[in-house]
Design a protein around this ligand. Structure first.
Ligand code: GRF
Length: 202
């Protein structure tokens, strides 16, 4: 399955996904890394690894116009699936609906806990013993789509949001490629949403 990865920052999850896609029997390949932040460092890594890149700042653009530019870049690259990996933009409901079942995100909490920002800080302040990350399908409601996989990370004494975030990221790098692979590996199953969408497009 051809995938486009959208990033806004360092792109460590993108790197984990990209390298995992080179392992034997990967269900997906990365055809594009796109960003709303033209100097996102992950773009340089993707380019150095021979992956097509695209960047367009959202500044001075309406949300629908910026979404349309990003979506067109994904389509031009032949992407059948969009993987959000630290893409710090809320997408229009029209965009998420068009890609329903073929747009995934990773969120640094055990959803449905702590949707939105500052999840590590909120988990520590709540006195939680366990935190983690979730991969979910993207729906029009923020961080609320179907959860496809989760990984737990213990909160230890003395953890700060930063130390906890560092460990959660390591865990994310294990989780995300595996869940993407499992989900897209089923894409040829007639009951899979991606297959149904392909059938409709014929
Ligand atoms: C990750 O913690 C992810 O869960 C969140 O944004 C962060 C992205 O980090 N959505 P990176 O750019 O992949 O390093």
């Amino acid at each position: 399955v051809k995938t486009a990865i959208f990033i806004s920052g360092g792109g460590t999850n993108m790197a984990a996904l990209l390298y995992a896609s080179r392992l034997p029997n990967s269900a997906y390949e990365v055809v594009l890394v796109a960003s709303n932040v033209p100097d996102a460092s992950g773009l340089g890594l993707a380019a150095a690894e021979g992956v097509g890149t695209f960047a367009r700042s959202h500044q001075g653009m309406s949300r629908p116009d910026h979404d349309a530019v990003m979506e067109q870049a994904a389509r031009d690259a032949g992407a059948e699936c969009i993987i959000l990996a630290g893409y710090m933009r809320i997408l229009t409901p029209e965009f998420t609906e068009r890609w329903q079942g073929r747009m995934l995100n990773i969120h640094p909490s055990l959803l449905p806990k702590y949707r939105g920002l500052e999840t590590h800080k909120r988990a520590i302040e709540a006195g939680d013993k366990v935190h983690g990350a979730s991969v979910h399908l993207v729906s029009s409601e923020l961080d609320a789509g179907e959860v496809l996989g989760q990984i737990e990370v213990r909160i230890t004494q003395g953890d700060t949001p930063e130390t906890l975030a560092d460990r959660v990221k390591i865990a994310e790098h294990q989780l995300y490629p595996r869940v993407v692979n499992e989900y897209l590996g089923r894409a040829n199953d007639p009951e899979h949403l991606l297959q149904k969408i392909r059938d409709l497009a014929l």
